[in-house]
Design a protein around this ligand. Structure first.
Ligand code: ADP
Length: 745
């Protein structure tokens, strides 16, 4: 969508309240999108303080001034808490200062306090202007030229505590900091058989604590929305003691800073520690504090904030928005969605009110859809041992295998599936080494403690490979399923895993043993599986790429250099495009778009023009299969030759580092959630004697199951990728952020 600026020349952008990683990406996107529209972008430094002070605190931001900031935490335009802006006097001064630059449109990036302040300012604007005219400090004509203030808000808050958006800028990064810290603490705790109480941020919101607990396999979590029952101290101690007796070496309790009991009394991490000491245990408290706010933003926070910043400008410049209702640009169901700002602020306050009134049911109901589900999954996974089967219950035998290349998060998914099935009274058979193991009958029963500690390591503990069974191997599998008395099959893996399950499904007429429920859980760094917008492992790979590219960029700064970085993905450009967005690459080569000689000629011209004008760094990201002829080596040689004395070129083929590493919190959480849905699906089918074969995924934020027969219809078989790829819609944004061409990148 394109809007003309309609006589408007400038907009302002400010960051306010607590800083959050990703704010810089949003500011950069706002500035570049505005410039793209021919609109001047002013940075308002130090939040509302800058608005009230004016002068040098309000100054234009150029394309270049927001270069090289994507990887930086915090906010380069500063933030502050500003008591003066809470007063009408302060806001009068702010209006005056904005008009001095002809600004009547603002992008405010902050928490609910900042956005409330923005809305008050907007409502008062006409009166403030009348007052300024009456006082003679501005001309009537100037006031008439800016009758309304238009506001668009983005939520910058690490707590993920705002209604109207499923996730806020900074929350993903904060969760990464927490998970890194808890992983680290867990290893030392395990060595000494210690207990750690870890306090995380979240005064009114348990998001970070709960997700952190799921992602780290913690033993106990205390959050404001779900106060424990009276006498919880004993229950907690009993649970931790039982886990130790079952063989767990460490205990981790995560406490949100706003945790409270059912009577509204705060539960401090110190108090939890005292309670646990009664167990005669060696207990330590770690308060993570501001570490959670700091550091380089995750890949997700970089690209999401970029997309939000872009959309904020589109919304701000839309004729429908001008002077009208203020909007918050949020993420809903994995899509950008504008929602009326005031309704979000009101809902956020209503939730805080529900907590204050100890109406916890309502508070949880007001949290996003998966909150309750996640809470219940956590409660099961954290048990010391499974609930015993009920008397007379049919105990099904569920087989679990990993297939295709290893993807970070496979172990997390396997652990969750094993425990959730055991907890429902069933038995789980692990299959070693993918379909090869299924052919050869490498079965091993898995128990609650067999998967202890599997929440965090990358790779595949069960073992995996890419074999797709054919011919006699199918017969062998049928025999193994029969002799192993397998009632249902869960495949956690990528493309070859899907093809294998599809093959079993197709051969049901020949082999009755294949008439059992089967389901595929998407786990592949390539994110190339049908029926899921994300596959497990892709977020981790993206973060690994971004981390390395940050380093590559740093290495190049001193010398005029361009890099061609090759990333994985097979024929799917997800990793290339998203890492391009997250690192500020100026060019991304995708198989989906193809590469032509004319493109390359243009890229050479742009590089030359850019370096002539003083550019010091060029970054091109190429999907490994973008074009068979114009390979990474070819591009490297071409740019090097054409760059001559002006710049040098290096290639970096990132290779297998992209498949390694411990899963990101996002991958761990989604792996757990999907595994829970897979187990429910398989058990339901098996109990009802229905042998449906299916693949599961996340679509628009929801878990969805597709029947296996849909598989061929949803894929481009030769290219091993889905027909529909949601992220292709982000290409224009990547182009705008980078396009500016050589002189400005
Ligand atoms: P956050 O935006 O992270 O919730 P705060 O609540 O501290 O952070 O708000 C940040 C700033 O926003 C405040 O210092 C103040 O300048 C402004 N602000 C917050 N609430 C209001 C309000 N009700 N009226 C005017 N300004 C406000």
């Amino acid at each position: 969508m394109r809007y003309t600026a309609q006589g408007m020349k400038s907009l302002g952008v400010l960051t306010s309240g607590g800083d959050a990683p990703g704010m810089n990406a949003a500011v950069r996107a706002v500035v570049r999108s505005a410039l793209e529209h021919g609109v001047e972008a002013y940075g308002i430094y130090e939040g509302y303080q800058g608005l009230v002070e004016g002068g040098q605190r309000i100054r234009p931001l150029t394309w270049d001034s927001v270069s090289g900031i994507l990887h930086r935490g915090g906010t380069i335009i500063g933030t502050a808490r500003c008591p003066a802006f809470r007063t009408r006097e302060g806001r009068l001064q702010a209006a005056h200062n904005l008009l001095a630059h002809g600004i009547d449109r603002l992008v405010v990036i902050g928490g609910d306090g900042s956005l409330t302040g923005a809305q008050i300012f907007k409502q008062e604007w006409p009166e403030l202007l009348s007052e300024l005219v009456a006082g003679g400090s501005i001309a009537k004509a100037l006031a008439e030229a800016h009758p309304q203030l238009t506001i668009v808000g983005l939520v910058g808050s690490i707590d993920n505590d705002m209604a109207g958006t499923d996730i806020t800028i900074g929350a993903n990064t904060a969760l990464s900091r927490i998970v890194e810290a808890v992983d680290a603490v867990s290893s030392t705790a395990a060595s000494h058989q210690r207990t750690f109480v870890v306090e995380v941020m979240g005064r009114h919101c348990g998001y970070l604590a709960l997700m952190g607990a799921i992602a780290t396999g913690a033993d106990w979590v205390l959050i404001p929305e779900n106060p424990p029952p009276d006498g919880w101290e004993t229950i907690m101690c009993d649970t931790l003691r039982a886990a130790r007796q079952a063989g767990r070496r460490e205990s981790i309790v995560i406490v949100a800073e706003g945790a409270q009991d059912r009577h509204g009394h705060p539960i401090s991490s110190r108090y939890v520690c005292e309670v646990l000491e009664r167990l005669q245990q060696d207990v330590r408290v770690t308060i993570l504090g501001h570490v959670q706010r700091g550091g380089s933003p995750s890949a997700f926070d970089r690209y999401m904030s970029t997309v939000l910043g872009y959309q904020a400008v589109e919304q701000l410049l839309s004729p429908e928005t001008a002077g009208g209702e203020s909007y918050l640009i949020g993420m809903r169901e994995n899509r950008v969605k504008p929602v009326p700002l005031m309704a979000c602020v009101a809902e956020t306050q209503a939730l805080a009110e529900a907590l204050a009134q100890r109406d916890y049911e309502r508070a949880i109901a007001m949290r996003s859809g998966s909150f309750r589900e996640n809470l219940s999954i956590f409660e099961t996974l954290a048990r010391a041992r499974p609930r015993p089967p009920t008397a007379g219950q049919r105990r099904l035998r569920l087989a679990v295998l990993n297939a295709s290349a290893p993807a970070p998060g496979m172990n997390t998914a396997t652990r969750a599936a094993v425990r959730l099935a055991l907890d429902q009274g069933h038995r789980v058979i692990g299959v070693r080494h993918g379909f090869e193991g299924l052919i050869e009958g490498h079965f091993e029963e898995l128990y609650w403690m067999s998967v202890e500690g599997w929440v965090w390591p990358g790779g595949s503990e069960l073992g995996t490979n890419r074999q797709i069974p054919t011919g006699k191997e199918l017969y062998a599998i049928a025999r193994q399923l029969e002799t192993g008395a397998i009632d249902a099959l869960l495949m956690i893996g990528g493309w070859t895993g899907y093809e294998s399950v599809y093959s079993l499904y197709q051969h049901r007429d020949h082999y009755p043993a294949f008439n059992i429920p089967m389901i595929c859980l998407p786990a592949s760094i390539n994110n190339n599986l049908p029926g899921s917008e994300f596959s497990i492992g892709a977020d981790t790979a993206l973060n690994s790429i971004v981390l390395v590219v940050d380093k590559i960029k740093q290495s190049a700064v001193a010398s005029r250099r361009a890099f061609v970085v090759e990333v994985m993905g097979r024929y799917c450009g997800y990793l290339a495009l998203l890492s391009g967005l997250a690192t500020g690459a100026e060019r991304v080569y995708l198989h989906e778009e193809g590469v032509t000689l004319r493109d390359l000629q243009e890229d050479v011209n742009n590089l030359i023009a850019g370096f002539r004008q003083g550019k010091r760094l060029g970054l091109m990201i190429r999907n490994e299969n973008a074009n068979a002829v114009y390979s990474t080596g070819f591009m490297h040689a071409l740019f090097e030759e054409e760059g001559g004395e002006l710049f040098s070129v290096r290639q970096a083929i990132l290779g297998h580092l992209q498949q390694g590493g411990n899963p990101s919190p996002f991958d761990r959480i989604q792996a757990t959630r999907l595994a829970a849905s897979c187990v429910n699906f398989l058990l339901e089918q098996a109990v009802q004697g229905k042998p449906e074969a299916a693949f599961i995924g996340l679509e628009r934020g929801q878990v969805r199951v597709h029947q296996m027969e849909e598989f061929p219809r949803m894929i481009e078989a030769k290219l091993q990728r889905p027909k529909e790829q949601w992220w292709l819609a982000l290409r224009p944004i990547a182009r705008i952020m980078a396009q500016a061409g050589p002189s400005r990148s």
